[in-house]
Design a protein around this ligand. Sequence first.
Ligand SMILES: *Cc1c(COP(=O)(O)O)cnc(C)c1O
Length: 231
Amino acid sequence: MLTVPQNPASRLAAVRGRIDAAARAAGRDPASVTLIGVSKTQPAEAIRAAAAAGLADVGENYVQEALGKMEALEGVPLTWHFIGPLQSNKTRPVAERFHWVHSVDRLKVARRLSEQRPHHAPPLMVCLQVHLGGEDTKSGVAPAELPALAAGVAALPRLVLRGLMCVPPAEDDPSRQRHWFAELRQLLDRLRADGHRLDVLSMGMSADFELAIAEGATHVRVGTAIFGARG
Ligand SMILES: *Cc1c(COP(=O)(O)O)cnc(C)c1O
C-alpha cells in the first residue's frame, strides 16, 4: 500500500523525490528534469499553495480557465505552460500570456502564435505534439508529417522550437508504456540529425513519469499526483 501524503507541499516533495530518484537511476542529473504541475480544474489557491512549496512551472489545458487563474495569481513567480488542444481562433491569449506551448500540431496555429506574440515579450517556447499510437486522441501531428511541420515552425520569427511532446495511450504493461517514450526520443534524435537544435522531451504524467525519465524526458507534466483527483 502506498501512503498518500495529504497536503500539497508534501505531495509535491514526494513527486520531486521520485523524479530525482528516477533521474539518478538513469544516470541523469535530477536538475535536467523540470516538473510541470498540471492544474486544470484546480483552483488558483491550490496553485498558490504549490508555488509556496516550490513549484515553479504550471500547466493548463483550457484558455479561459487559465486566464482567470493567471489574474488571481498576478505577482506569483510562475512559468505558464499551455498543454491542451489549441484551436486557431483561441491563439491570441495564449500568445500573449503563456511562456510555453507544448501542443502545437499544425502550422496554421504556429503561424498565428508567432504573429500574435507581443514584441515586448521574449519569444514563445514551443513543442510539437506528436500523435503516437492510440485512437483516443485526435491531437498531435503524425510522425510522417513531423519533419515538414518542424521545418515550418522553426522558420517562424517569434517562436523557438524546443522539442516534442506526447500523450501516449495508457498501457498496463510498463515496458509497452516505455516503448512510446522511446519512440518520441527517437523522433527527436532524427530531427536533431536533420539540423534542428532541440533540447526538450515533454512526456510522462502521474502514472508513468518515471518511465518517461528513463527515456530522457526533460519536462514531466504531473497533475493528480500533486493536486489530488480532479473534481
Ligand atoms: C491532464 C494532463 C496531464 C496530467 O495528468 P495526470 O494524470 O493528472 O498527471 C498531463 N498532460 C496533459 C496533456 C494533460 O492533459
